[in-house]
Design a protein around this ligand. Structure first.
Ligand code: AQP
Length: 335
């Protein structure tokens, strides 16, 4: 299929910590497979990340590291666009305009804002509140057809569609109204110590709860060995067995096995043996990615070239949409 005919898909990740196994299995691993079928934009959402206080030196480093990781998992910066959000000024500009087309009543309903405000009670800033508007701009600037969404992001895509529809109904067809893309395999990975809540990269209070994808092999294996299970000894899926179900999901995702095959693999095994096998499977799956990551992150000049080229390509597309939007709302036009 020629690249013009392919649909545009927009995906981004915040450099708010080293990505977790959840980020990898729920998002990054699927992104790699999208490249054949779609024109992809892969963004490092550093403007979103500063809605929570960040150490500047660390943020800069993590931003570059996330680009290295994108490359390490096989995202292609030639055929697609890998870029850093703050390198494309159109994001900040469109966010302001879209703020003026978003109602506070809509933002008040966002559950992620409520969660993050509770988690960062000392810093409930306006950026945290208007985060969904910035995200709507990310998607709309590139006239994206599809956006991969996990359950946690569904509400944000809905508000993006509402904002686009509202703007279009006033000014004509300026924005493509994006559809959610539901990945064929979309794992939702839960915390190892608290399998009732999703695994999150920025969690720092219990490091055993999160596997980071750059953790050393023995660290990965140990964290999985310490994962909470339950009082019986059976290895099966069940609402009453969130810890075991989560480990089975992790195992399926890294081995590409079905849930039935996974359960079958562990018939008659004890929890110790099961957890060791899951740990080994994760370590083996991550090994080549970790090796490639080391290579890319050692080549800072190349990674920065990817970032600069990506910013240029992304800016070109984004500015086309932004210029249209500016004209529609009545900003000056210079001949
Ligand atoms: N536990 C998870 N299981 C499956 N998918 C997950 N994602 C996040 N956690 C899991 C998916 O990762 C993508 C990028 O997420 P993000 O960086 O934009 O922010 P997030 O969803 O808020 O991820 P985190 O790890 O929880 O970040 P922090 O700790 O900074 O808030 C998304 O596609 C998301 O669905």
């Amino acid at each position: 299929m020629s690249s013009e005919k392919k649909k545009v898909i927009y995906s981004a990740m915040q450099p708010s910590g080293v990505p977790s196994l959840g980020n990898y299995l729920g998002a990054l691993k699927n992104w790699k497979n999208l490249q054949e079928e779609y024109n992809c934009l892969f963004g490092v959402a550093n403007m979103h990340a500063i809605t929570v206080r960040q150490d500047p030196t660390e943020l800069r480093q993590r931003t570059r590291d996330l680009v290295s990781l994108f490359l390490a998992i096989g995202l292609d910066p030639e055929e697609h666009i890998i870029y850093v959000q703050s390198d494309v000024r159109a994001h900040a500009e469109i966010a302001w305009i879209l703020n003026c087309f978003t109602y506070m009543g809509e933002l008040n309903r966002m559950t992620q804002f409520k969660d993050k405000a509770a988690k960062h009670a000392d810093n409930i800033n306006a950026g945290l509140y208007t985060y969904p508007v910035l995200m709507a701009g990310d998607i709309l600037l590139y006239q994206s057809d599809l956006v991969p969404v996990g359950a946690d992001q569904k509400q944000h895509l809905e508000i993006c569609r509402d904002i686009a529809g509202r703007f279009n109904s006033i000014y004509g067809d300026v924005f493509k109204v994006p559809e959610p893309y539901i990945p064929k395999v979309g794992a939702r990975i839960m915390g190892l110590q608290n399998p009732e809540r999703k695994m999150s990269k920025s969690e720092s209070d219990n490091l055993n709860n999160v596997v980071y994808i750059l953790d050393e092999p023995n660290v990965i294996a140990n964290k999985i060995k310490r994962a909470v299970t339950d009082s019986d000894t059976e290895i099966r899926y069940g609402e009453d067995k969130p810890g075991i179900s989560n480990l089975l999901n992790i195992y399926c995702s890294v081995t590409d096995k079905t849930p039935d095959e996974a359960v079958n693999d562990f018939k008659g095994c004890g929890y110790g043996e099961f957890k060791k096998s899951v740990g080994d499977a994760v370590v083996e799956h991550m090994r080549p990615i970790q090796e490639k990551f080391k290579e890319y992150s050692a080549d800072r000049a190349y990674v920065e070239r990817v970032m600069q080229n990506g910013a240029e390509k992304a800016s070109y597309i984004a500015n086309k949409t932004l210029n249209k939007v500016k004209k529609k709302v009545g900003y000056p036009i210079y001949k």
